[in-house]
Design a protein around this ligand. Structure first.
Ligand code: SAM
Length: 278
């Protein structure tokens, strides 16, 4: 892990390492997948979140037992275990949170994936992997935390082989979002900026990627954050035994701000799938 972390990296690491965040993501999101779900067939948060993973896997063309896969911002490793189970491949989980990495390692051991999945502490702004060493780069709802998204994409390009696949999701600002309206959204997670479909398309094209499939699933972002808020508010009296009032009150306020921003069409979300050409 590099020593000179940016202020965004330091804030993110301490946020996800806090016991409040750890318990919130375990209790409310299910402790495997902590990303936006697909709610067409269910309103259950863990089930919908898993549906995002299966939909992304179904989009991959080249995943097989020999694929070298990296999950950037891997959380508790739920997606890595699914990828390893489906294809028999090896997966590297890179994550800036040591607390999540510890839980990830325990879950890998309990579920028999400790030989297939390597969990590494580090930042995707400086990926600790050699050039051209990955066939598939995977990431879910993690790049929003970076204040240097161009650097992240350039690092991804560096570690990928030509012909490799990049597939990711990210909560983004809408291409049509007006200037200066997102501070209440940034405040929930100490964000400095958000990407957009246009930003990812332009930057990845300039780095030698071609668009394989971009699926705009923006309505799911509003569904997801509203379900999470309802769940948290409905279980407030039970959860206050393990999560602080302050964290839950801030989270409820922050989630309402995200839903309000979604209602104003300021936000976007979807599955972005690119192939590295050169
Ligand atoms: C919303 S969680 C998503 C976790 C996981 N991708 C999932 O979908 O279950 C965001 C994740 O990004 C990680 N993260 C944020 N900034 C990072 C960075 N600079 N380098 C590596 N991981 C980072 C966090 O620690 C956290 O695990």
């Amino acid at each position: 892990m590099q020593n000179n972390l940016s202020s965004a990296e330091v804030l993110t690491e301490s946020y996800y390492d806090s016991s409040d965040a750890d318990r919130f993501y375990e209790q409310v999101w299910g402790g495997e997948d902590i990303h936006i779900g697909l709610y067409d067939e269910t309103d259950n948060i863990p089930e919908a979140s898993r549906k995002t993973v299966t939909t992304m896997v179904d989009n991959l063309r080249s995943l097989n037992v020999q694929s070298r896969v990296i999950d950037l911002g891997a959380g508790y490793g739920g997606s890595a275990r699914y990828l390893a189970k489906q294809s028999g491949c090896n997966v590297t989980c890179l994550n800036i949170s040591q607390v999540q990495n510890s839980r990830n390692r325990v879950l890998n051991q309990q579920q028999g994936f400790d030989k297939q999945i390597e969990v590494r502490h580090g930042s995707f702004e400086e990926i600790p992997c050699p050039d051209s060493s990955m066939d598939i780069v995977w990431s879910q709802d993690s790049f929003l935390h970076s204040s240097q998204k161009e650097k992240v994409l350039s690092e991804i390009s560096r570690i990928m082989v030509p012909g490799g696949e990049l597939i990711f999701t990210d909560p983004m600002q809408a291409d049509t979002c007006p200037e200066g309206v997102l501070q209440p959204v940034y405040d929930r997670l100490n964000l400095e900026s958000m990407g957009s479909f246009a930003f990812y398309r332009e930057t990845l094209t300039s780095l030698g990627f071609e668009e394989t499939n971009v699926i705009d699933l923006t309505p799911q972002l509003r569904n997801h954050y509203d379900y999470v808020r309802q769940n948290l508010q409905g279980r407030y009296d039970e959860l206050v035994a393990i999560i602080s009032h302050e964290y839950m009150d801030n989270m409820i306020k922050g989630l309402k701000n995200w839903v309000a921003a979604a209602d104003k069409s300021y936000l976007a979300w979807g599955i972005l799938h690119f192939t590295k050409v050169s």
